[in-house]
Design a protein around this ligand. Sequence first.
Ligand code: SAH
Ligand code: SF4
Length: 353
Amino acid sequence: MPLIGLDSVELAALFPDRKDAKMRGKQLAHHIYTRAETDFNNMQDLPKDFREVLAENYKISPLEIATHRKSVDGVEKLLVHNGDNQVYECVLLPYKDRVSCCISSQVGCPMGCTFCATGLGGFDRNLTAGEIVGQYLLLQSLTERRISHVVFMGMGEPLLNLKNLIKALKFLHEDIGLSYRHLTVSTVGLVPQIKELAKERLPIHLALSLHSPFDEVRDRLMPVNQKWPVREVVRAMRDYQTTTSRKVTFEYLLIKDVTDTPEQAKALIPLLKGMPNVINLIPFNWVDTGNGFARPDRDRVRHFRRILEQAGMNVTERTERGHDIAAACGQLAGQHQGKFARRDSSAQLPQRS
Ligand code: SAH
Ligand code: SF4
């Protein structure tokens, strides 16, 4: 039985016969979460016989590594599983001033976005809080530097797995010690769940994958738009910002001749008016979608960016990293299909509530 995902009280409850269970629970939690320890033997403040009991009956993490790739730019990508054929991805992203990581919330994704390798591969299941936090701890064990930032931009739609997501966010903050402000959740735009998350009032950072101000374009790219169209989802983000006092941001995917037109740049200005937020431009990472989607050239990206900046918007651009190891969302799992079975790709959208 894996211990990651249990808090100190739940860990203590595993040993009802021990008088010192409460203290041992706290020590275990400290080793597992704060120190990212992967071996019971290294938990030197625990009695030897207790360590032996632990090693015999438990494992720390449910995660096993299927593939480990290192990029020339320092990015490392892991494809992990729990001993079955359901693989999910996480990525270590070292920068000069900080180390960040990108983790998954589901195995696959049911949202069916037509530009996304994960979406095209179908859906298996939600990840547990332990499996979500396990990805962070596994990546932390690869580096001496402290991973201070986490983005939920790996496989899956985090807000479809809200209960486990919230539990994992609390672990990352309360047990591992990360600032809520350094935890970013990216969503495709599920309005009821955005409202639900707002009620928790966690000071995390929420990002919306907007990708077009036009319903007719967004409808084609993201089936979710047919349930919650652009205006409705942007309103939900405004409300989220008001309720939580946290600034939200917008991700904008640039696909050549589909989302990168000057008309769409101009239409973003009134749509996001009054929200002094960052819009993050993401040039399309090539995936064989069967739709002929391509990455726009530099001039086109620059022009799009200039229109927004001239209107006073705060624009950033995602620099592509780990290209040589297919570090983008869903790509490595896609390449792994020779070894593990392909998922059923009949995407099921959640029902509107
Ligand atoms: N499901 C969530 C989070 C995971 S996807 C969401 O959709 O927001 C993380 C980000 O990667 C999203 O902004 C998504 O639109 C983007 N993405 C997916 N496929 C991509 C591709 N081929 N190129 C560039 N970005 C992509
Ligand atoms: Fe799912 Fe996000 Fe990919 Fe859409 S972009 S299919 S929501 S992982």
